[in-house]
Design a protein around this ligand. Sequence first.
Ligand code: NAD
Ligand code: DAU
Length: 340
Amino acid sequence: MRIIVTGGAGFIGSNFIFHMLKKYPKYRIVCLDKLTYAGNFSTLKSVMDNPNFRFVKLDICDRAGVFALFKEEKPDIVVNFAAESHVDRSIEDPGVFLQTNIIGTATLMDACRSFGIKRYHQVSTDEVYGDLPLDRPDLFFTEQTPIHTSSPYSSSKASADLLVLAYHRTYGLPVSISRCSNNYGPYHFPEKLIPLMIANALNDKPLPVYGKGENVRDWLYVEDHCKAIDLIIHKGRIGEVYNVGGHNEMKNIDIVKLICKELGKPESLITYVANRKGHDMRYAIDPTKIHNELGWLPETKFADGIKKTIQWYLDNRNWWEEIISGEYQVYYQKMYGDRK
Ligand code: NAD
Ligand code: DAU
């Protein structure tokens, strides 16, 4: 089996590559990544010498480059993780989100049409469903929940999903889509809630909580997401959408307090700052379909996953300290500098 994994130098894509190379030592895995600010070549150093792994620095919007790579590698499966993924950045500057997340997806699928493929899998997000109210804990996102987006990021991901389904119906492209809730774990870029709070707490810096910290996210350990995608590309039905989530809803403020506790840092570091524009209140996935059809269930409990994650950031300070020492400082100053 020959698989092209796009965005494999990022958080979830790299974890997926590690999972696949370990579980299927005979598969050839080609990672296609532009190495944007979010992509990190050093993340993949443990697999660079694996003869069944190849890294190619390429933009998924580069049509000629993508077609040439498909011609050369003749993939059976494409798993598209490549995306601009941070909501706050999309609010500041939507353009690149439309380019990568929509045009990039179409470019990849055009290459799949030209060279033939057994499966194109789109890694999507629960954010395409918009949000749920806090006072209706009985409501969950199912695959039938209407698309109803809030941010330029989620709108770009929803646009891509619609294109994927259109390519299936119009051209018969063998596609599948997974819509997952918030992931956490190793190699999570420190602009996102959990790694940002860990890094700031370790540096005794303020912990910037948006609004009152009451927004709820449904957290899933990244390995469980990777296992879900592995199942879908091998056994999932073509043309189908699968929701992936762990029934693990937590308020942001409770996560931040837990991180303080685990690291022995005072809660006085917590600083309430101006809310995110259009901030989604609650995400909550109903994963019944993937459980019933493919037998998937999350394996890592949050209490264990967050401990493992914090330990990883303690053991791998070089990885994130290098990131936050560079261009990230400019980003941080812009986003948090005078955010009241
Ligand atoms: P990330 O930002 O950590 O990584 C994105 C990767 O894509 C980086 O390596 C980057 O260099 C690469 N990339 C960006 N633009 C590219 C382009 N034009 N061409 C080639 N490569 C490009 O993202 P992540 O958190 O790992 O998310 C991966 C995917 O999963 C995204 O599609 C995201 O929408 C989706 N998702 C993320 C979460 C989450 O909690 N992080 C949850 C559900 C779905
Ligand atoms: O639900 C899946 C989505 O989860 C993915 O599609 C996105 O790619 C991923 O980034 C993530 O989006 P969120 O916006 O939920 O994640 P983020 O880590 O940015 O924020 C989580 C919550 O924490 C959110 O309610 C905003 C809040 N927050 C975030 C940051 C960075 C803060 O309060 N302070 C912060 O500094």
